[in-house]
Design a protein around this ligand. Sequence first.
Ligand SMILES: [Fe+2]
Ligand SMILES: [Fe+2]
Length: 374
Amino acid sequence: MSRTLIFGGAFDPPHCEHVAICRAAMKELGADKLALVPTYKPPHKDGGFLSFEERRSLVCKAFADFDFVIDDLERERGEDNCSYKVLPILKERYGDIVYLIGGDSVAHFESWKKPEEVVRICSIAVAAREGYGDVACGIKALQNKYGGDFTLIRYEGKDISSSLLKARLLLGEDVSELPSDVLKEIRNRGLFEEYGPWIEKLKEYQSEELFEHSKSVVKRAVQLNSKHNLGQDFVGVFTAALLHDNAKQRPSTDGLPVPENSLNTPVLHQFLGAEKAKRDFGVTDEQVLSAIRYHTTAKADMSTLEKLIYTADSVSDDREYEPIPRLREIAVNDFEEGFLAVLAYTYGKLTARGGGIYPLTREAYDFYINKVRE
Ligand SMILES: [Fe+2]
Ligand SMILES: [Fe+2]
């Protein structure tokens, strides 16, 4: 009897790991058909870079070696595409189905809508993923709570995320984790080139080393956002991280409003950075500007985006000196712990150095570490 593997996702863009886990899962589950189900966001909500049609066309390139169908169910339905609603329809269409999810989804499965119904609809196959803990243990816990038929696929996927690949494409980097035909299509269609003008401008404002740092912060921020499911808008994360140091090497205030007590100090560039991101790059999103404005000092009661940029800036890959690799590891394992570790380390370093601590940093320390609340 024919068995169909169901694999959904944004495919923004589809990458080699998507292909590899489908291949492994089909083999292990004895599935002879593959139905790919791209997620759909109505155009007015699509803050990303690729339209449904573009993602669909890249999926065709990525899976060209498979006997597959692309199911447009989510586009047909429009907005409300929870698994417990979509899977019964797919079951009707394909008969015996197995629903393939990534190991990262096991950690969030309980936050899905009606997980107890999802497990009753069909078997679920889980592809483990590097860096996401003990998936077998996670599956056991789900099974104990909800029942259901889970299979752990023996293939362990590399920790590749579409959002990180997307960030690298937007930064103009080479990306070897994409099937070559996907990359060719991206280049032919001129996709992911939106930030070219900003990048050229930023390069004029930064030394090569500082530009490399900016790129590292983008990649770390995007990675932490997706790894920890922080839910921050991709464009906001990308913009704040890319521009956080845009004023670092151009300290002239040009009459822009910055706090008096930041003049001639290392923290000036954060305030000026927010003002110049507005003036020179046209950034208007207040949350993004605020993340730039406090990326060096931190402050009390920060937003998730502010914490994310602050943390990513401190643990970006271009910083190899002690104790940064250890702090990076903490942040990759636990976002809040990582943020606190960075704040504690920075505060300790500034105290040891003498010469005063900027008031906002002291307030951040009191708020988060000393837990002094007004
Ligand atoms: Fe900075
Ligand atoms: Fe920085």
